[in-house]
Design a protein around this ligand. Structure first.
Ligand code: PLP
Length: 400
């Protein structure tokens, strides 16, 4: 791609696409592993990975092969019929999680819509039609569709789109007392990210999720974990809940599930599954053969012996490197995260650091204005992490 056509793509995008994204002036044309290239041939280390999507790396050969094979056989069937890849991915997810059943959809927001609907329907089916309120967390992010947005505990995403849907109440994250107090006779579920991603990579204190589980059990509430960002190996375990010794009743997934192909899923237990009976919920593309074939390949890679252990090790290596940079640069106020979802909080806005890193060939992103977030492919090597740390060190050295 010549430089002129790079500008053409940018101009055409700005001309024809709704301006809902703050985009960097980079046209990405190719990717492999942890590396992407732009239209000018410039190489970047990708610490964004499609926002925690490319867990097995760009163009992972196993995923490419599965897509290729499936695309020559069958690409789409309606859910009025059965298909083998859909059944196969559901079996793999169930065999490797707390869950008994899976509902497939196409994105994280849709998975959360399914979870919200299932929680309400289960409550209704138990004769508790009035019990429909779901408690979610301040600082959470559950997606942009109307119910997922209403569940999202951040006012800045609601602005201009009010009224939010009724039936959601927000409590501070990491505060079991506040949650306990917020439960009323109308509450049917608690919905939360085990580790908040968009909210700034906020980790729970060690016993918090167990306390939440206890509150849910005592009040007979369903516990919904949104693992759209932290699931699929991101934290060094297949699912983040595994770190905390608790299991949810419902879990939502998307992002890394399809190895780069759009897919979402809602998983639940047999206890609540009957509430989703024929006709109650549906998705035209949900569990499409192409996306589920890609998902089987991607999940197979995550489950390979040693893969997640290596991810956890790389996460610690990266975390230690970021901690060393914190000691060196006074502007860094905190380093946190688990596995390969890591964050460096600054005492000021981080946009200029992101731009400088980008100029030096490292893509990263900044959330909550001040939190640099690192969500690379889980296949990233120590050498690549060293490059990222070196570039970050240089970028932090420039006064903001
Ligand atoms: N839930 C969480 C925790 C997320 O991080 C996101 C997206 O960032 C979503 C839901 C929404 O996912 P999607 O953009 O696929 O709708």
């Amino acid at each position: 791609m010549c430089p002129a056509s790079v500008q053409e793509v940018i101009d055409k995008t700005n001309r024809y696409i709704f301006n809902t994204y703050r985009r960097a002036p980079i046209v990405l044309t190719r990717g492999k592993g942890s590396t992407v290239w732009d239209g000018n041939g410039k190489e970047y280390l990708d610490l964004v990975s499609g926002i925690a999507v490319l867990n097995v790396g760009h163009l992972n050969p196993g995923v490419v092969e599965a897509i290729h094979r499936q695309s020559e056989t069958l690409m789409q069937v309606s859910n009025l019929f059965y298909s083998e890849p859909q059944a196969g991915l559901a079996e793999l997810l169930v065999n490797n999680s707390f869950a008994d059943k899976v509902f497939f959809c196409n994105s994280g927001a849709e998975a959360n819509e399914a979870a919200i609907k299932l929680a309400r329907k289960y409550s209704h089916d138990r004769g508790n039609a009035g019990r429909s309120e779901i408690i979610t967390m301040e600082g959470s992010f559950h997606g942009r569709t109307m119910a997922a947005l209403s569940a999202t505990g951040q006012k800045r995403f609601h602005n201009g789109f009010e009224p939010m849907l009724p039936g959601f109440r927000y409590v501070p994250f990491n505060d079991a007392g506040a949650l306990e107090k917020a439960v009323t006779g109308d509450t049917c579920a608690v919905m939360m990210e085990p580790i908040q991603g968009e909210g700034g990579v906020n980790c729970p204190s060690p016993d918090y999720l167990k306390q939440v589980r206890g509150i849910c059990d005592r009040a007979e509430l369903l516990l919904i974990f949104d693992e759209v960002q932290v699931g699929m190996g991101r934290t060094g375990r297949l699912f983040a809940y595994e770190h905390y010794g608790v299991e949810p009743d419902i879990m939502t997934l998307a992002k890394g599930l399809g190895g780069g192909i759009p897919i979402g899923a809602m998983l639940g237990t047999d206890k609540i599954a009957p509430s989703f009976s024929p006709g109650t919920h549906a998705s035209t593309f949900g569990g499409n053969p192409l996306s589920t074939a890609a998902g089987i390949a991607a999940l197979g890679i995550l489950l390979k012996e040693g893969f997640l252990e290596t991810c956890e090790k790389r996460g610690r290596y990266f975390f230690d490197g970021l901690t060393a940079l914190k000691k060196k640069h006074a502007v860094v106020t905190d380093v946190r995260g688990k596995g390969l979802i890591l964050a460096m909080e600054l005492g000021r806005e981080g946009a200029d650091v992101v731009t400088r890193c980008m100029d030096q060939g490292v893509l990263l992103n900044c959330t909550m204005d001040r939190v640099l977030r690192f969500i690379p492919p889980l296949t990233i090597t120590e050498q690549e992490i060293d490059i990222a740390l070196k570039v970050l060190d240089q970028s932090l050295s420039v006064p903001g």
